[in-house]
Design a binder for this molecule. Structure first.
Ligand code: ADP
Ligand code: MG
Length: 262
């Protein structure tokens, strides 16, 4: 008797292969290979201008790749290929695929004319056609999870940067994404507000959320990440468990980068 193990759990939740992107002839992504598995947290470190945000925007299907593939649970998203020609999906199809991928930006991008709870529920009412009463209840519950139960009626201008970023996290989470992408979520915050956002992210990680976090926060990477990655010059240079990455980096570029952040 033979046992054939078709273990679908080994398929990465989100994976990119040979990802390329250029702007006006300037090659920014030069063949990125990267994957995150279910429940895994990957921290991405790297110098400014190396292409980290571009990689996340492509993964979130906010921009088309020039070449390479993006896959969610083993299924290609964003584009298909026919006889060697890449066909990017139409906007309607992209919009559906994007729901599985939550993104949090450095600048929170909240709607200034909507309250905190309205900013969170708008994805449910506009994208998923959830009735308003139910959407408001779910949004309020999500705000409670990020510690903002008492700020539901506040406008973004009445919230601190840390609170606004937590609203942005709640807004992404409410759509129940399979993976969350964070692009330097604490870089725009005053130092004393960084902790409250990292705490929410650590809670999320502990709850089993699949996450890719571009960050300069070494402490977060050490505590919450399963693996830490150095991204430089449009490619992944090194990837290792936090201890290994910080204590015993293998590549010169990683050593040099860490000498600047430590
Ligand atoms: P990082 O997030 O690592 O700082 P980015 O992905 O933001 O890097 O940018 C990498 C390079 O790509 C930079 O040189 C930047 O100027 C360029 N770039 C990014 N987005 C665009 C764009 N929309 N148009 C033109 N150039 C861009
Ligand atoms: Mg960036």
């Amino acid at each position: 008797m033979s046992t054939i193990a078709l273990d679908t759990a080994v398929l990465p939740t989100l994976q990119v292969a040979d990802l390329h992107k250029a702007y006006h002839g300037n090659e920014v992504l030069k063949g990125v290979e990267f994957a995150v598995n279910k429940g895994q947290v990957k921290a991405v470190l790297g110098p400014s201008g190396s292409g980290k945000s571009t990689m996340l925007r492509l993964m979130a299907l906010l921009e088309p790749a020039d070449r390479g593939t993006i896959s969610l649970n083993g299924t290609r998203i964003g584009a298909s290929e026919h006889s060697g020609k890449i066909l990017h999906h139409a906007e309607g199809k992209l919009a559906v695929q994007r729901r599985d991928i939550g993104m949090v930006f450095q600048k929170f991008n909240l709607f200034p004319h909507l309250t905190a709870v309205e900013n969170v529920m708008i994805g449910l009412t506009n994208v998923q056609r959830v009735p308003k009463v139910e959407a408001r209840e779910r949004a309020y519950a999500m705000l409670t999870k990020v510690g903002l139960a008492d700020r539901d009626g506040h406008f973004p201008s009445e919230l601190s940067g840390g609170q606004q970023q937590r609203v942005a996290i709640a807004r992404a989470l409410i759509l129940n994404p399979q993976v969350m992408l964070f692009d330097e979520p604490t870089s725009a915050l005053d130092p004393e507000l960084v902790g409250e956002v990292l705490e929410v992210m650590e809670d999320l990680a502990a709850a089993g959320m699949t996450m890719i976090v571009v960050t300069h926060e070494v402490r977060f990477a050490r505590r919450a990440a399963d693996e830490v990655t150095l991204f430089d010059g449009g490619v992944i240079v090194e990837q290792a468990a936090p201890e290994e990455f910080f204590e015993n980096p293998q590549h010169e570029r990683t050593k040099k980068f860490l000498s600047h952040v430590h």
